[in-house]
Design a protein around this ligand. Structure first.
Ligand SMILES: [Zn+2]
Ligand SMILES: [Zn+2]
Length: 494
């Protein structure tokens, strides 16, 4: 192994010598004297002027702060050029030069993602109280901490999560009762349910802004909730995440600028809160975030929210109007169920997904314009919205879920746009629909899609009679309807 490394090093030295020479030829006077050990530079520079940044101007490197791998540190320019590449110099487990921590070895791993990455699955032979999870193992990134990986480990006191980890699995640190400190880097996007739950000594959580998917009860029954310094105006912030609130919040509440995520249940049952103003920095409102805020009337989402979680505004029965921001891409399941006064909804310009039951049973909702971007309407999304009389379908709509408009008996007309592929089972069952315009792109009409629509007097289909026959759909309740108008003539109903 050692001999192999020597050979590789020698080769690298040769290569970088060649490339340094090339750089000098290109007239760059900014070369660091310390970058002779740098392969990346070689990859990015060509003899005919690789330092050129594309618009013809000379580029002088702008180096970053220290970047660390498990073994080395260096500065890097956005062109890829590295300088001051060197091994860490650890003292008491911390590099005296770059401040990075010496990684812990001996964990158990399994290969994931077609063998390209590792998941850490257990403590293995490690008996240290401080865990510094590596970035890599055998040249492959360690990207996940598996479920139950450190479950019930009562020994560990500090955890530094590796900078390639993007997911911390369910129950990963459940009942690590001695754990006091956790550092979660920017790479972590997902914290699964109960990941740090019951770590009762945990009071110091340093969490970067990368988390987009914040599970349920991630920090439940930990010491964080008792840290008075983390509470501001009745809201518990851990980093830029809203973790919990006092249930006696009154009137209109403003979440501070910089906040990224309202975590699950954070405002649940704030029964005296009447308004919520969310900052533009916010990207996600998680599941059950405002569940049962029974006096909540005003909701200002800010301009950055991308997703609203399942049951997030469930039973907020005083909300009358909702304006979604143009940033919003997804509305979760049952998000507005039980908002019985909700009458007006404005969909932004980026919404793609309306999940199952999102607006189920909103009896006062009279119209909805689905804008231009909505691609799918989930099962039961507008189930029994009995006042709904006008729906403007989006240009991008591909699929309408089961029972999506079931029982919308004031809905008379449905003008679908080209591009629609599927109308699912019972989608418009027992609705008031009388005229139906179906585009030629349609490939499937589910069983009972228009069952009990006794008022249907006209059905037009943009495709051919043969295409229509292929649907095999015949369940028309109306005696008035005698034929389907297809592009090449009438399909006569028997
Ligand atoms: Zn550069
Ligand atoms: Zn270092």
């Amino acid at each position: 192994m050692k001999r192999f490394l020597t050979i590789v090093l020698a080769l690298l030295l040769c290569m970088s010598f060649t490339f340094s020479f090339a750089c000098d030829l290109a007239g760059n006077g900014n070369d660091s004297s310390n970058d002779s050990n740098d392969q990346t530079q070689g990859d990015n520079n060509t003899p005919d002027g690789g330092e050129d940044d594309g618009d013809g101007s000379e580029h002088s490197h702008q180096y970053s702060d220290w970047v660390a791998t498990d073994n080395e540190h260096y500065h890097i320019c956005e062109c890829g050029d590295k300088t001051d590449v060197a091994q860490h110099s650890f003292e008491s487990g911390v590099c005296t030069i770059c401040g990075s921590r010496e990684v812990t070895t001996g964990f158990e791993y399994e290969l994931i993602n077609d063998g390209k990455e590792y998941r850490l699955t257990g403590i293995g032979s490690v008996n240290s109280q401080v865990l510094v999870i590596p970035r890599e193992s055998q040249g492959k990134p360690i990207t996940q901490i598996g479920e139950y990986a450190f479950y019930y480990n009562e020994n560990i006191t500090e955890v530094y999560i590796g900078e390639n980890i993007n997911l911390v699995g369910e129950y990963a640190f459940l009942f690590c009762t001695s754990l006091q400190k956790v550092v979660i880097p920017q790479s972590v996007k997902t914290l699964c349910d109960f990941a740090f739950s019951r770590c009762e000594s945990l009071t110091d959580v340093q969490i970067a802004d990368g988390v987009e998917n914040f599970g349920k009860h991630v920090f439940s029954n930990t010491g964080i909730f008792k840290q008075t310094s983390l509470w501001e105006n009745g809201i518990l912030y851990v980093g830029n995440y809203v973790l919990d609130t006092k249930k006696n919040l009154k009137d209109s509440i403003t979440v501070k600028e910089g906040a990224r995520v309202i975590t699950p249940y954070a405002f649940k049952s704030c029964e005296t809160m009447t308004g919520i103003i969310l900052p533009d920095s916010l990207i996600a409102v998680c599941d059950y975030a405002f569940y049962d805020c029974i006096r909540l009337v005003e909701v200002d989402f800010g301009e950055g929210v991308k997703s609203i979680g399942d049951n997030s505004f469930r039973s907020c029965k005083e909300i009358v109007q909702i304006n979604f921001p143009n940033s919003l891409e997804k509305i979760g399941e049952n998000a507005f169920v039980g908002c019985k006064n909700l009458q007006s909804i404005t969909i932004g310009s980026s919404l793609k997904t309306i999940s199952a039951g999102a607006f189920l049973g909103l009896e006062l909702l009279t119209k909805i314009d689905l804008g231009t971007s909505v691609e799918s309407i989930g099962d039961g999304a507008f189930y029994r919205c009995i006042s709904l009389s006008q729906v403007v379908f989006s240009d991008n709509l591909k699929e309408i879920g089961e029972e999506a408009f079931l029982g919308c008996y004031n809905l008379k007309q449905a003008n679908f746009k080209e591009g629609l592929l599927k109308i699912s089972q019972s989608a418009f069952k027992s609705s008031g629909i009388t005229r139906i315009d179906l585009p030629k792109t349609l490939t499937e009409i589910g069983f009972d899609a228009f069952e009990y629509c006794s008022g249907v007097s006209s059905v037009r289909f943009g495709g051919t009679i043969a295409q229509w026959e292929a649907f095999g759909y015949s369940d028309w309740a109306s005696s008035e309807l005698v034929a389907i108008e297809c592009s090449d003539g009438q399909f006569i109903l028997s």
